[in-house]
Design a protein around this ligand. Structure first.
Ligand code: FDA
Length: 463
């Protein structure tokens, strides 16, 4: 989507090797009136880490990739340009009993991911990646190098989920690792429209958030070939990861969710790090795939998100599923991820990511396409899907997940000042009551709005 001939190109791509290179890039960009776009893994779903409508340079942290794991103290320092895969691999090559609760896809960059939250298969047990950040190294708009102590608790709070390219360049993060058993169990049970997918999903909504927090489940909805030649159907793929062995998992599911029909042949035991590859739909061996930053197919995509607090009706689910039979859905997927467990327990204002207690599940709607001429059709489809889901998403204020940015929700003005009211339109969806505090911290640390993008937090006063 962002590599067309008309996509604005950067004046330069800077790949620093030392902190002083980052400081120089900030000084030079300021002096010459360039906007800075920071890129770690480059997975921003609206391309804001490498595209801008004003003259800009990219600060690419591809050389800041160190992962230092200290198993004794159960912590690690990870640089922003590392991917989650490099982090997971770094942990697993030292120990089988520690892990880290970050996102599913192993090619996501740590810098952008931790800046927006980070939810994955350990989320119900431990919360978000950003919940486990205990220190950080940041270069601010004046080129100062700050750590937790010198940046103060307000700024340290803001960078753990308040959005990237907003408060400074985070070069590295100190994270707390979490215990995982040496063997976990993963499973997949597939049901299509002819196999009670709708009813099973309907039931799943009442159960998934209440299950043991050792068990994460998710439903992936997509269009597939039907058993009748030439016809399509919609698949609900029920997947799970249990922090324990098959023999414990099966009776647990058979008691709480018999409708799923989980059988031993649906389940596989493996290590936690292999389960990351399993969820990434990759072979689980060799685990060195985690180090391959381009292991996944490159399709264009547009994403949107919702947080659902009340179960959908069966008719509602049916309508949702049937939308996958429309045109433009060949590579569309919705990942419906159960919340509850630890997510219910963390206060809404603990870090900027506010979507916690009472949420049944997060829905990540994604549409993808190969040919640029399909873009319009696919984007129209996802907008209609989002509109269909409006009656099921949180009634008072519809929430959204900053890590799947959606510029349809609104943007900052390209040039000049964006008011608090204007930014509130998307800011409150992403951050709810934390938005105000983020604006106050932004005003304090970067009043001239040097670090900005289409949905960065604006400062209160116009420069
Ligand atoms: P990228 O480098 O594009 O940066 C994203 C944003 O952060 C930009 O605004 C950028 O300027 C800023 N930024 C980057 N590095 C920074 C730094 N060091 N300091 C300050 N600002 C910085 N999410 C999730 O929670 N769970 C998941 O399982 C997945 N899975 C997933 C799969 C795929 C295929 C995609 C495309 C995306 C996801 N995501 C996700 C969303 C992902 O967490 C989100 O896109 C992250 O911002 C990606 O971080 P990158 O560093 O790769 O992005």
């Amino acid at each position: 989507r962002f590599s067309t001939p008309t996509t604005p190109k950067p004046y330069a791509i800077i790949t620093p090797r030392k902190t002083s290179h980052v400081q120089s890039t900030i000084y030079c960009s300021k002096n010459h009136g360039f906007q800075l776009r920071i890129r770690s893994g480059g997975h921003d779903v609206e391309g804001v880490s490498y595209v801008s409508q004003v003259p800009f340079v990219i600060l690419d942290l591809v050389n800041f990739r160190d992962v230092n794991v200290d198993t004794k103290n159960e912590v690690a320092w990870v640089q922003s340009g590392a991917t989650t895969g490099e982090l997971y691999y770094g942990i697993a090559s030292k120990t089988q009993t520690l892990g880290f609760p970050a996102g599913i896809c192993h090619t996501i960059g740590i810098g952008g991911h931790l800046s927006g939250g980070g939810f994955g298969i350990l989320g119900r047990k431990y919360g978000l990646a950003a919940d486990h950040v205990i220190d950080a190294k940041l270069v601010d708009a004046n080129g100062r190098v700050l750590h937790r102590k010198s940046m103060g608790e307000d700024l340290f709070w803001a960078i753990r989920g308040g959005g990237g390219n907003t408060f400074g360049v985070v070069l590295a993060w100190k994270i707390k690792l979490v215990p995982v058993p040496p063997v976990v169990t993963v499973f997949t049970v597939n049901k299509n429209l002819e196999q009670n997918a709708t009813k099973t999903f309907h039931r799943w909504q009442y159960i998934a958030h209440k299950l043991s927090r050792d068990l994460f489940t998710t439903v992936w909805v997509m269009k597939v070939n039907s058993s009748q030649v030439g016809r399509k159907t919609v698949l609900a793929s029920f997947k799970g990861m249990f922090l324990g062995r098959i023999d414990v998992l099966i009776p647990l599911i058979q008691y709480a969710f018999p409708e799923l029909g989980l059988a031993r042949e649906n389940c596989t035991e493996m290590s936690w790090v292999q389960s990351v590859l399993y969820f990434g739909a990759l072979p689980i061996e060799p685990v060195e795939i985690l180090l391959n930053r381009s292991a996944l197919p490159r399709l264009s995509l547009k994403a949107k998100t919702d947080y659902i607090r009340e179960p959908m009706s069966e008719t509602g689910i049916e309508g949702f599923m049937n939308m996958f039979l429309e045109e433009g859905t060949d590579f569309a997927i919705t990942m419906i991820e159960a919340f509850g467990g630890k997510m219910d327990e963390i206060r809404e204002n603990e870090i900027p990511f506010p979507h916690r207690s009472g949420i049944l599940f997060e829905s990540v709607y994604i549409v993808q396409w190969r040919n640029e001429e399909d873009a319009g059709l696919c984007i129209n489809w996802i907008r209609r899907l989002y509109s269909y889901m409006s009656s099921y998403a949180s009634k008072s204020l519809r929430g959204a997940y900053y890590n799947y940015k959606d510029l349809d929700l609104g943007t900052n003005n390209i040039n000049g000042y964006t008011s608090y009211e204007q930014a509130s339109v998307w800011g409150l969806k992403y951050f709810r009551n934390n938005f105000k505090r983020l604006v106050r911290i932004k005003t304090m640390i970067d009043p001239m709005n040097f670090f900005s993008n289409e949905q960065s937090i604006p400062p209160l006063l116009s420069p």
